[in-house]
Design a protein around this ligand. Sequence first.
Ligand SMILES: NC(=O)c1ccc[n+]([C@@H]2O[C@H](COP(=O)([O-])OP(=O)(O)OC[C@H]3O[C@@H](n4cnc5c(N)ncnc54)[C@H](O)[C@@H]3O)[C@@H](O)[C@H]2O)c1
Length: 396
Amino acid sequence: MKKLKIALVGVGQRGLQHLQALSDLKDEELISIQALVDPFKENLDNEKIKSYVPNYDEKGVKYFNKFNEMVDSVNVDAIWFVIPPNQHKNEIIYAAEKGIAIFAEKPQSLFLDEVFPMAEAIEKNNVPSICGFQMEYDTWYSKVRSYLSDKEVSSIMMINCGAVETHGVKHTIINKNDGPQDRIWTADRKWSGTSMVEAGIHQTDLMRYWTKDEIEWVSANYVERPLHLQEKEGDNPIAYHVSYGLKKGGIANLTLTKPAGVFFMERYDYILTTKSMIKFEKDLKVYGLGNDDYDINLGREHFKNNNIYKKEEIENIIAKGPHNDPMGKENTKKISENFIKSIVEDKPELRNNSFESSINSLSAVLAANVSASLGGEKINIKEFERSTKYSKFRKK
Ligand SMILES: NC(=O)c1ccc[n+]([C@@H]2O[C@H](COP(=O)([O-])OP(=O)(O)OC[C@H]3O[C@@H](n4cnc5c(N)ncnc54)[C@H](O)[C@@H]3O)[C@@H](O)[C@H]2O)c1
């Protein structure tokens, strides 16, 4: 089978995780790694790279500090773009115009004005594309998606209790005056576009993946980080309370928190259809009778005598635990592997999203920021993408 020739742009935290997956896929003879690009030479140091990716093999890999020089001199079939979202300079357009397939990490950019031309170039040149939403390759989440495929989703409640980003895990070197030199860029609003954009986009996209739906409107309220904490913790909000209206009629709520000093993370998800509830327990469970064959007039007598439905009648396991970290290594490899196979074997159905189809997830989180800045104003996503009313919020 043909090996896909690939390049990686941005050899930082996520880039190194991709490089681990890609090195494994190279060992499995699926690809060859042609080039790495990073503006900072310390990020292209073999010893440093191998301290993160022990089986990385630099033989045959060319290193570049400038993207255009790489594209103009190396023959590649696909490029993984893994750079901070405010740092794009039309690289994706340049690559698409050369017919190169695009793996774009989320968030695709912080500016819709920059994203639409990327999508157009990808469509026009008919190149395969995918955005880095690895949770779309999670086994449990695929089960949720297929369970929901013939149901009406009424409500999703998602609570993501996280903590503010800590120092020392990112690799972008930031110049004086350009941003948070001594602090992680994801805690800085100018660089990250808020944690809603940087992190909440994953959960937002997941809601769409589960429901096979689009976000039609958003209304959001944020709790800003007190000024006296911003010097140390960055200027992103402490808490994000976001409501999404789904096109098919349901409402999805995402609460995302980023207090400092917590060092513990937990997520709660409840998905309600008109007749059932999905819960993530040790196993993946659906609660509900699953049919209309019951008496809605069950009276007080039934409860008194404990004569109601038994646990096993209302509880269904749709996937057995344990549930591995859906954001982790396994799905990070799966998304790349599927993207590669989709191209080599010409099976577009292996791509669970495209650059174009992922724009709704990005627009939703960018519009959440705008809604929060306008006191919770309800924003229609299509209007946010097109109307002159919002043009200043789409600009770089
Ligand atoms: N899917 C996920 O789970 C996941 C996880 C972490 C990060 N990410 C995303 O990956 C992207 C990168 O984040 P990170 O955590 O790796 O940050 P990072 O700062 O650790 O790494 C970014 C790398 O890109 C390089 N870079 C900057 N501008 C560049 C340019 N113009 N051309 C080439 N390289 C450039 C930097 O030098 C650095 O090595 C972000 O968009 C982030 O949201 C996704």
